[in-house]
Design a protein around this ligand. Sequence first.
Ligand code: FES
Length: 113
Amino acid sequence: MSEEWVEVGSLSDIPKLGARVVNAPDGDIAVFRTASDDVFALRDECPHKKGPLSQGIVHGDRVSCPLHDWKIMLDSGNAVAPDEGCAASYPIKMDGETIFLSLTPNEGCPNKG
Ligand code: FES
């Protein structure tokens, strides 16, 4: 399958420790910016009860779900123990300050939708 890259916008469009939502055909994807300006993308759906991860707070390499405070790893989408589950993660590439998102999820999380 050929990879499709979607332009998300500029790094400065995303608040530090925040996210912006991309409306993808298969559902919303949250694009996060960390304190160190790393960018990660996860399906905007908590593996617990589908809370909107884009409305969570980023701290370090994880985001706290706004509903019941599960911690989700930004790189893998895995819930931090003792919680279990994962949100699909998506490749990001940067071209200078411009963020591109792949709509093909990374391997490793069966919860693609
Ligand atoms: S829905 Fe995310 S912690 Fe419950």
